[in-house]
Design a protein around this ligand. Structure first.
Ligand code: AMP
Ligand code: MG
Length: 339
């Protein structure tokens, strides 16, 4: 299959992208978080195409993307008041909420769960694609399963060339890490995956919000069961530049091709070592981390990464990096984490 890359400003090509979705195809598209691989959420066979293209395990559910509130009732039932409070404050934006599912949504989307994850993206191209397609679009990140999420069209192409018909190029994603996932189906709202919308921000809108790393039953959020976000290289994470330099020298002495991802303010410290520079601030770090992991993995077999700051958005990036190194890998059964 030839993979075509179209420009998001090309109206005619955007119409062809929507026609592909309408006819049961899959299309990769930009959002403010990461690039998604989308299909009609009402069409089970189309959604299967996403799983095939990514090599994604069938029991890992997708997020359903909408572009207006009228779509919500065809996706979810028994929508709680909290949803509308969150809608006023954070939507469109990088927040996904888990609700009780409407039967119209394909079981392939929700991996057989009776709940559904919904997001209203802020990115104008994502909104345009959903609107032109006339249906909610189910989409996970547009990478080969378990690899680092894509934040540019080139990243998507690198993973999925020949496996999908079309990628919409809308430039670099502004947030750079996946959405916050908040479960609204229990007594208390629970953050299943941290993201740019932080616990503190949510607590200003909702009375009570809890955080969960994992639940023992059916996994409810990414990273609970499978390894995620991993570069094709050994990844080590440290908050200490002395330790980062020592890891580097040790690996280099052992004959490894080593890369360091270091904060801009620490860059001079590393002398002539092979460094990739990342912004110090948490938002800038989140925006660039996946691109730098992808860049570093092309030339290195070992990547040593300085941790982001641990507050706010930094904590969400740290969550992804910890999963990438396998620290918080969580298995509910004997299946491999490296699918
Ligand atoms: P991705 O962002 O590529 O990891 O894909 C979407 C993520 O949303 C999945 O990994 C799921 O864990 C999460 N998700 C989708 N549907 C649900 C749901 N019904 N309950 C909890 N999490 C969900
Ligand atoms: Mg993903």
């Amino acid at each position: 299959m030839i993979t075509e890359i179209i420009n998001s400003n090309d109206k005619k090509a955007m119409q062809r992208a929507a026609d592909l979705i309408k006819s049961g195809g899959v299309v990769a598209f930009p959002t403010e978080t990461v690039y998604g691989l989308g299909a009609n959420a009402f069409d089970g066979a189309a959604v299967e195409g996403i799983f095939t293209a990514k090599g994604r395990p069938a029991d890992n559910p997708l997020i359903v993307h909408i572009e207006n509130m009228n779509m919500i009732e065809s996706i979810a039932v028994g929508i709680p008041d909290d949803f509308y409070l969150l809608y006023e404050k954070f939507m469109p934006g990088p927040l996904t909420v888990v609700l009780h599912k409407n039967k119209k949504i394909s079981d392939a989307v929700t991996a057989g769960l009776d709940t559904v994850a919904v997001r209203f993206p802020r990115h104008r191209t994502a909104a345009e694609l959903i609107k032109k397609s006339g249906c909610p679009i189910a989409a996970p990140s547009a990478n080969i399963s378990a690899h680092v999420s894509p934040t540019t069209a080139e990243h998507v192409f690198a993973d999925l060339n020949g496996r999908i018909p079309m990628i919409i190029d809308g430039g670099e994603c502004s947030v750079g890490i996946e959405s916050t996932i908040l479960d609204l189906t229990g007594d208390t709202p629970v953050i299943l995956r941290p993201g740019a919308i932080t616990l503190d921000m949510l607590r200003k809108t909702l009375k009570e919000v809890a955080e969960v790393e994992c639940r023992a039953e059916t996994p409810k959020a990414p990273g609970m069961k499978y390894r995620h976000y991993s570069p094709n290289a050994e990844l080590r994470l440290t908050g200490n530049r002395g330790e980062a330099a020592a890891f580097y020298d040790e690996a280099a002495a052992a004959g490894k091709n080593v890369a360091l991802i270091v904060k801009a303010s620490n860059a001079p410290y590393y002398g002539s070592r092979n460094i990739f520079v990342i912004p110090d601030d948490a938002k800038g770090y989140a925006k660039k981390i996946y691109a730098l992991l992808r860049l570093a993995e092309t030339s290195s077999d070992t990547i040593i990464c300085e941790s982001p700051e641990t507050s706010g958005a930094g904590a969400s990036v740290l969550n992804r990096l910890n999963k990438a190194v396998g620290k918080s890998g969580f298995k509910t059964d004997g299946r491999s984490e490296t699918l």
